[in-house]
Design a protein around this ligand. Structure first.
Ligand SMILES: [Zn+2]
Length: 237
């Protein structure tokens, strides 16, 4: 069952003191209450983001509007897209990469990898090393930490192929100067800012109805959106 309004308000409230990484997990937990926290942490980031996009669609509809700025001329543009277009339908897949005499198996990253990278002095290197599941040189197994820098560069280059959904890029072009570029899209940041606006709006509505009628928060949240708007209209501005 899709989470109700009180559940989303709870997610929002807990998320106030949380890191973005934890916010994503709080949303996943609301969507899948029976899953353990560890299971959710181990979901590949592309699967995590696909679930966030599905939640966004269920909460706020199939279309979204994003703002972007042309890096060439500075023109501000509004980008309208469908959430469905952001779902690539490509699941995670380990990749084998050969670089010189090195042979590497890469796996998709998950939230535990991100958490570990965020706590490390060199997050990009930590992520790259964690993605290396197996490495060998001329047929003999080597530790990730022993890989030379150019091999790690190759790993970083091929890493998005293990999980395309985790690296969403919007192909944009500027109507003013025709410059074309690719901008990263972060489903979590987008959904969280919408969730924040929704929570503030909802609590303001609860405040107005509670003040006017003396109803309790739970009762007001249980009203259908249409009925709540009707009562708000009767209460007046
Ligand atoms: Zn431009």
């Amino acid at each position: 069952m899709f989470p109700d309004a009180p559940t989303w308000l709870g997610v929002w409230e807990q998320g106030q003191r949380a890191t973005p990484l934890q916010r994503a997990l709080l949303i996943l937990q609301a969507l899948a209450p029976d899953a353990s926290w560890h299971e959710l942490c181990r979901l590949p980031l592309g699967e995590r983001d696909a679930r966030l996009l599905a939640a966004r669609e269920a909460l706020f509809g199939p279309r979204l509007e994003a703002l972007a700025r042309c890096p060439a001329c500075g023109e501000a543009l509004e980008v309208g897209l469908r959430v469905a277009d952001l779902r690539l339908g490509q699941g995670p897949a380990p990749q084998t990469v050969e670089h010189g005499d090195y042979r590497l198996t890469l796996r998709p990253l998950d939230s535990l990898d991100l958490a570990s990278a965020l706590g490390s002095p060199d997050p990009a290197r930590t992520l790259t090393l964690r993605a290396v599941e197996e490495a060998s040189h001329q047929g003999r197994s080597v530790e990730g930490a022993q890989l030379p820098p150019e091999v790690l560069d190759a790993v970083a280059h091929h890493l998005p192929e293990t999980d395309p959904q985790a690296d969403l890029l919007l192909r944009l072009s500027c109507p003013a100067c025709r410059h074309a570029w690719a901008a990263p899209f972060d489903p979590l940041a987008f959904l969280w800012s919408e969730l924040n606006a929704w929570a503030l709006r909802t609590l303001a509505e609860v405040h107005r109805l509670a003040s006017a009628y003396g109803w309790r928060e739970g009762d007001i949240l249980a009203l259908s959106p249409a009925r709540r708007q009707l009562y708000l209209g009767m209460v007046g501005p």
